[in-house]
Design a protein around this ligand. Structure first.
Ligand code: G4F
Length: 313
């Protein structure tokens, strides 16, 4: 689903999606979602739509609440209304299955490590708060109406297609620029924060597995390993034979009003019930991203979707 008139992302998307058809709709517009569900008559709906860059959620807190939080309610309502489900009518066997992209940011200031499906939430940003609403409203529609609605609590998942504002891609692009002589330094925020980073392809596989189960349940998806931003930076520079200490500059512009210090998944339930295992490890992921950005920045014909310069983030 795409929104807006002449959305500039569509041309870029086309390169990746083959003959997948796009339809219009907007998470801010209930009617447009009802129309989209009516038009497409989907078997499954995956709601990955969000304002997903955490620092932006402090700058646009209300919009984040509307898109990332209320957008989930609107999508559930669209499915409920089109399916004719209500207090007096429960869904039939061929009902639309709904996946909500929930986030490890909901754990925020973590109460225990590693985090599992029963770990209490303590979100630390307007983004985390909005995602927590999305998680609970998904559970509530499952419990209220018997809908097949699932919340996947995904830890950070990355790939060469990651936006340049997120830390892994910022680092892989920065390393590639420095290696190619296009830049000399990389300005970073908090190097001590720890994340459980995995490969997005593995996580997309998990989403599909969740909707293929007999019963709707929520799952934590992550690798169970945690690394610091410092580890990430050190590894990425080492991949191209450089020492990060010669290039990385800490810049307070990139620190956050409230930080999530440590995330580490306990993916036991996903492993046991879904049979899900991540196939790409952290070292392979970082090498994949750095090599991809070296190729991207070395090619003479730069794509029109060249990532933003690091000054932006
Ligand atoms: O890559 P990040 O911006 O991702 P963050 O905030 O963990 O959120 C991502 O993962 C969530 C799942 O856990 C998603 F829900 C969310 O939508 C998004 O995809 O930052 C990772 C860490 C943070 O602790 C940040 O403070 O890296 C630290 N960091 C240090 N220097 C930096 C920088 N992050 C960015 N973006 N830029 C820096 O210069």
């Amino acid at each position: 689903m795409v929104r807006g008139q002449a959305n500039p992302h569509v041309a870029r998307l086309r390169k990746h999606i083959g003959d997948v058809q796009l339809t219009t709709g907007d998470l801010l517009d209930q009617g447009s979602l009802i129309s989209a569900v009516e038009r497409v008559q989907p078997d499954e709906v995956y709601n990955l739509g969000a304002i997903s860059y955490v620092p932006m959620s402090w700058q646009q807190a209300e919009l984040t609440a509307e898109v990332t939080g209320m957008g989930v309610l609107r999508m559930l309502e669209a499915i409920r209304v089109v399916s004719g489900v209500g207090q007096s009518r429960t869904p039939g066997p061929g009902q639309i299955r709904f996946y909500q992209a929930s986030s490890s940011e909901m754990f925020g200031m973590v109460r225990e490590t590693p985090q599992n499906e029963r770990t209490p939430f303590h979100p630390r940003s307007p983004y985390g708060v909005a995602k927590t609403y999305g998680h609970y409203i998904t559970q509530n529609y499952r419990e209220s109406y018997g809908m097949f609605a699932v919340s996947g609590i995904l830890f950070n998942h990355e790939s060469p297609r990651r936006g340049a504002e997120f830390v892994t891609r910022k680092v892989s692009l920065g390393v590639a620029r420095i290696k190619l002589g296009l830049a000399s330094e990389l300005r970073m925020g908090n190097l001590e924060a720890r994340r459980d980073w995995g490969f997005a392809g593995d996580y997309a596989r998990a989403m599909r597995m969740m909707l293929a189960q007999d019963a709707p349940e929520d799952y934590v998806i992550g690798t169970g390993r945690t690394q610091s931003v410092r580890d990430l930076v050190e590894l990425a520079f080492a991949t191209v034979g450089l020492n990060w200490r010669d290039h990385v500059v800490q810049d307070p512009r990139f620190t956050r009003p409230a930080e999530v210090d440590l995330l580490c998944a306990d993916p036991k339930k996903a492993r046991e019930q879904l049979g899900w295992e991540p196939e790409v490890g952290f070292e392979e992921l970082v090498a994949m991203m750095v090599e991809s950005d070296l190729r991207l920045l070395s090619s003479s014909s730069r794509p029109e979707d060249e990532p933003l310069s690091p000054d932006h983030w």
